[in-house]
Design a protein around this ligand. Structure first.
Ligand code: AMP
Ligand code: MG
Length: 334
């Protein structure tokens, strides 16, 4: 049904549109079956994961072997979800959020890697990326709310550089997390999905797979080439028309991530309240754009980069990417 309040513009997508089609980047199917060589088959599986759909595809001559490799890739994604979700009290992040303000909490090596990279982005972006916003993110709860929380509630978190209160203690061969402020909480929602995608790709590599793709809700990493022997064709979905593409690009051994204001949000009084917060104000970040897509060597880098630069004008975004992650490019700003 068309949006009657906006008869001239495109219909604004509903949350359901994006759940059905997935947001951000995806691989555009290109190969007519007759053209694909029979020795190179695409074996593909899609399963619910990390609050979205994980899509793993492997090009291989033996479908049973390919399915084994896909099992291994999905296990890595499940492990990252189990250890880094803030919605589980038994994950590394859940345990830290319950205890780390009073006692150090041991975390697994993967969580330590992601926290270290998250703090690097926090430093380089002067706190625009902040992995310690869990309480503010929970307060805004943009997936359920229809009105903003009281100003006094979210300004509690504003302008404090919360990431500086997170200590990673690496003495003794493992990593312990400690909070130096009582009201911080870890939220790796802006970076952990990308790390999971990279681990899934590593699992495929360790199975000897050369050509594959892993896509979790638009954060994707492509390995080698598609079943037709050409580089993977990756499309970026339009934020205003879920069935339209804003751009396509051919990629090999690269990762893509998109951040936008159209996946989780509510609209109120002409303003969009979305899920990426500005730590300076404690509110959703003001942005002239609806989405940003970043291409990088790893999906963790692309994921962190897209969350960090969402809302920045192009020159500022490009300058930050050059400083933080060489070989990373701004593919699209809509
Ligand atoms: P993404 O979709 O990768 O851009 O990540 C958005 C998610 O990152 C949000 O749902 C929050 O969990 C978290 N987040 C929100 N604001 C920030 C921020 N300023 N820095 C880091 N993570 C954030
Ligand atoms: Mg991100």
């Amino acid at each position: 049904m068309e949006d009657m309040t906006n008869p001239t513009g495109p219909r604004l997508p509903s949350r359901r549109d994006f759940l059905a089609l997935g947001a951000g980047a995806f691989v555009v199917a290109t190969v007519p079956l007759a053209r694909s060589r029979r020795s190179r088959r695409l074996v593909r599986r899609q399963v619910p994961m990390m609050g979205t759909i994980a899509d793993v595809a492997v090009v291989h001559s033996d479908p049973r072997y390919a399915q084994g490799a896909i099992d291994a890739a999905l296990s890595e994604l499940a492990l990252v979800e189990r250890t880094m979700s803030r919605f589980r009290d038994d994950s590394d992040v859940g345990r830290a959020n319950l205890v780390a303000a009073s006692a150090p909490v041991d975390v697994t090596e993967g969580t330590a890697i992601v926290l270290t990279e998250a703090l690097r982005w926090a430093d380089l972006s002067d706190g625009a990326f902040d992995p310690c916003l869990a309480r503010a993110v929970a307060l805004w709860d943009v997936g359920s709310r229809t009105v903003p929380p009281p100003e006094a509630a979210y300004t509690l978190y504003a302008g404090r550089g919360l990431h500086r209160a997170l200590e990673l203690d690496r003495s003794g061969g493992h990593t312990r997390v400690l909070f130096h402020e009582a009201d911080i909480g870890i939220d790796l929602g802006g970076i952990a999905k990308g790390y999971g995608v990279d681990r899934a790709v590593e699992a495929l590599r360790s199975w000897g797979i050369h050509d594959a793709l892993v896509n979790v809700g638009g954060d994707l990493h492509v390995l080698g080439v598609s079943e037709d022997g050409d580089a993977w064709k990756v499309g970026v979905r339009s934020p205003t028309n879920p069935s339209g593409l804003t751009t396509t690009v051919r990629l090999t051994d690269r990762a893509v991530a998109t951040s936008g204001d159209y996946e989780r949000f509510f609209d109120r009084d002409g303003r969009r309240f979305h899920h990426i917060l500005d730590p300076a104000t404690g509110e959703p970040r003001r942005s002239a754009n609806h989405s940003v897509t970043v291409v990088a060597d790893t999906c963790m880098t692309a994921d962190a980069a897209a969350t960090t630069v969402f809302g920045s004008p192009r020159p500022r975004a490009v300058a930050l990417l050059a400083k933080a992650a060489p070989h990373t490019e701004l593919l699209h700003l809509t």
